[in-house]
Design a protein around this ligand. Structure first.
Ligand SMILES: Cc1cc2nc3c(=O)[nH]c(=O)nc-3n(C[C@H](O)[C@H](O)[C@H](O)COP(=O)(O)OP(=O)(O)OC[C@H]3O[C@@H](n4cnc5c(N)ncnc54)[C@H](O)[C@@H]3O)c2cc1C
Length: 470
């Protein structure tokens, strides 16, 4: 072992793991293994942990540049928060935020969220309402044809649902477009409803009964949360607890297997530094995977992960005097369907969700621009974006002043798109793991893109490792 090699294990003692990437996936996996007695190092190329989770606090403003809220879709997420000592810091968005607005004919209109509201409100036409009644009787899709989300929704629910519910929804979640996303890959539960019950409506009803019997909640009903100091509290708390096990400004560059141990070459603040471990978990982003060389894996194979589409997104947070905004902002936010031909994807009403995030006499929005729909707008400078966004937002919400504060963040590669054919990415990852014992992949490019899914995916991986530690 060369002098600059940090050996991760004492012979014949605890197992060891080296985690590449300190986003929420890497932090969760590393922490869980450390708690179980493993020797762990988590390497992060950046100057802070958290990856996409970026909270900025400036004076009375608290801005989320990445994820705004997460879902407690599984009890293990609550347990993790408790274990980290963050339970008292947890904040649930205000009740008003249950309402969601969709821009329709230039006006924000509440999206009907229950069957009664669906039939009672004028949001959808009678044609769309009648068409929904026929959904349980529609035929399943053609076997062996992998459908995009839009093909699936058009077939089962019709054009109006696609345009005014699904299209804005996927812009809000994936910054994506339903023509590209594969229904089975990006929305496996939706796909499974048709497969298992022959109908989405029947599946919803029967699935709800089953969940009730088993005491589970659906993702739509899972509580949403953040923390008093924003989601950034999660990586910050991990950092406190991990101590020296978290190594910042250290980029993994080369992985090779030597006599049953993984050797990891890194660059640590400009200097080479080597590590060794029994297991390596790659929890970096998919688009950065080709930057690492892995023994026995061709560069073209690694490049295929770099080709996964991650559209660019800009997030622009804007504060305005409350008395200069006509709209009551009594909801989660406003999503903009593509058919409305606007230049923003949507806006979250942050001061409704979490009133303490700006001064009381102000309101705070976070606006998203770009995504698969309009990637060219995302990369505009703040000076170019601001007038464009204000021109859209002001008439939509009746805003009659300039913003008092503006915060901008550009994500060049925001979120991996689980497009049609994404199954081959998952298969290649499975193959790589099978052919490279001790090498594992975990993160938002594999088990779902949300914070909750990413945490759960990391926990599943660690369960597997802890079961097979010998
Ligand atoms: C703008 C935006 C808004 C979002 N909103 C929401 C939301 O409201 N709710 C929600 O649930 N989800 C949301 N998401 C998605 C969610 O935040 C991410 O999918 C999730 O946080 C990704 O976590 P991760 O650990 O997989 O990856 P990342 O957070 O991307 O972390 C990967 C880390 O690996 C590091 N790394 C990469 N390569 C190396 C290397 N070779 N050596 C060392 N380190 C390396 C990177 O620097 C990075 O820190 C949003 C995402 C974005 C971008």
């Amino acid at each position: 072992m060369s002098p600059d090699t940090e050996k991760q294990i004492e012979p014949h003692t605890s197992p060891s793991a080296l985690v590449i990437g300190a986003g929420i996936a890497g932090l969760t996996a590393g922490w869980r293994l450390m708690q179980s007695g493993w020797h762990v190092r988590i390497l992060e190329s950046g100057i802070r942990p958290g990856g996409a989770m970026v909270t900025e606090r400036e004076g009375e403003y608290l801005i989320e540049h990445g994820p705004n809220t997460a879902l407690e879709s599984d009890p293990r997420i609550g347990e993790l928060i408790h274990e980290l000592g963050l339970a008292d810091e947890k904040r649930i968005p205000e009740l008003a935020s249950k309402k969601r607005f969709i821009l329709k004919q230039g006006r924000p209109q509440p999206l009907p969220m229950s069957p009664q509201a669906f039939f009672g409100s004028g949001f959808f036409s009678w044609k769309a309402k009648l068409s929904l009644l026929g959904e349980p009787f529609r035929k399943p899709g053609i076997e062996d044809h992998e459908e995009s989300l839009s093909e699936f929704v058009l077939r089962r629910l019709g054009r109006e649902f696609l345009d005014y519910a699904i299209n804005p929804f996927v812009a809000g979640v994936y910054a994506g477009a339903p023509d590209r996303l594969g229904v089975e890959q990006a929305f496996p539960k939706l796909h499974a409803l048709e497969k298992n019950y022959g109908s989405l409506i029947r599946g919803q009803v029967l699935g709800a009964r089953q969940r009730k019997r088993e005491g589970r909640v659906s993702k739509q009903r899972a509580p949403m949360f953040s923390f008093r100091q924003g989601l950034g509290s999660l990586p910050e708390r991990f950092q406190e607890l991990l101590g020296d096990s978290l190594v910042l400004q250290t980029r993994a560059k080369k992985l090779s297997l030597e006599e049953g141990l993984w050797a990891i070459e890194t660059e640590c603040q400009g200097q080479p530094k080597n590590f060794e471990a029994d297991r390596v978990i790659y929890a970096g982003t998919a688009h950065q995977l080709p930057e690492i060389s892995i023994e026995g894996v061709s560069s073209s194979e690694l490049q295929s992960f770099g080709n996964i589409y991650h559209p660019p997104v800009s997030s622009l947070s804007l504060a305005f005097p409350r008395n200069r905004v006509e709209h009551p902002l009594d909801g989660f936010g406003l999503l903009v369907p593509e058919v409305e031909k606007r230049k923003i994807l949507g806006a979250l009403f942050m001061s409704t969700l979490f009133p303490e995030r700006c001064p009381k006499d102000q309101v705070l929005f976070t606006v998203f621009i770009g995504g698969t729909r309009q990637p060219h707008y995302a990369s505009l400078s703040r000076e170019e974006l601001l007038p464009m966004v204000l021109e859209e937002l002001k008439p939509m919400l009746g805003i009659s002043s300039e913003p008092t504060h503006v915060f901008h963040r550009f994500w060049e590669k925001a979120i991996p798109q689980y497009d049609v054919g994404y199954g081959s990415v998952r298969n290649r990852l499975n193959d790589l793991e099978a052919s490279h014992p001790g090498l594992h992949f975990c993160g938002n490019y594999r088990g779902g893109i949300s914070v909750a899914d990413t945490i759960l995916h990391a926990l599943k991986l660690t369960d597997l490792l802890l079961d097979h530690k010998d």
